[in-house]
Design a protein around this ligand. Sequence first.
Ligand code: APR
Length: 324
Amino acid sequence: MPLEMVRNDIVKMPVDAIVNAANASLLGGGGVDGAIHRAAGPQLMEECRKLQGCATGEAKLTRGYRLPCRYVIHTVGPIWQGGGHGERALLKACYRNSLELAREKGCETVAFPLISTGAYGYPKAQALQVAIEVITRFLLENEMTVYIVVFSKDALELGGKLFGEIKAYIDDVYVEEYLRRPEESLRRRMPGGPRRDEGAAGSSLEAMLNGAEEGFAQMLLRKIDEKGLTDAACYKRANVDRRLFNKIKNNPEYRPGKQTALAFAIALELSLEETKEMLMKAGFALSHSNKADIVVEYCIMNGRYDIMEINQVLFQLDLPPLGY
Ligand code: APR
């Protein structure tokens, strides 16, 4: 998935580059800075000393040494002073310059902490929006997988109107899963599943296999055309990797996971009925026994088609993100 939020300790991320929330001296500190230097070992400090510091918003690169990453990109975030001293522009520059540096070194995977949101006091929710804005814009033009690493212990209470509305909706409609709902077992009856059903699903399955009925990939490509999108615009909006999209496009039999199918429904801004139809073609159904489904259903019914906004809500609820 091109952009993913994960709960982890950044020093454990097995990526090409991790980003350090450093200070201007580049001579270490607490927080992320301290954790990275402790994990990388003393050679990191030796290399940092040669860099002669770093200005706020700028980024400099070193090797990763004992860390499970090739590089560390050191950037210096702004100290929060209320928001009227260019903090947002400087924070954007941190993400942009770090991504540019990662691209210059040929990195395919990069992990960011939430820069400036610790000792430097930048409000987390605002800082996360800055990160997502800069990273998603970069990913429109570049192939890279970027992780926003939220420290395992951090409570990431983004709050937000959408989050509150969705939590209320889940409370209204969520039902414990006492019996697996008939439509939920549809997936198990698809080819490769334990058995073929002769029921309605079976007959439409038969029609699909005989090519008489449109499959998932055909519906996806038809909807892309109907919406006047390019393939790239669609999979970028869906937060789906180009290679996965090409696999789906080139293999009519390919069945994506449920979160991928839903990601495309959001990217295409499908109605709830169209979404259910597209899901069915991948062998799934929306269920009120599945909280992630309820989140997506609420967003579709309320015209909220920003996949990163949805993924932030899913992240806060510890539910699987849309995309891949
Ligand atoms: N992995 C991921 N995230 C972490 C980790 C970790 N190991 N440790 C801390 N964080 C989170 C914090 O919870 C915070 O949300 O990273 C975010 C950034 O916090 P800081 O590390 O305090 O960085 P920042 O706010 O940019 O302040 C930079 O602090 O450590 C010093 O030398 C550094 O002077 C500089 C200042």
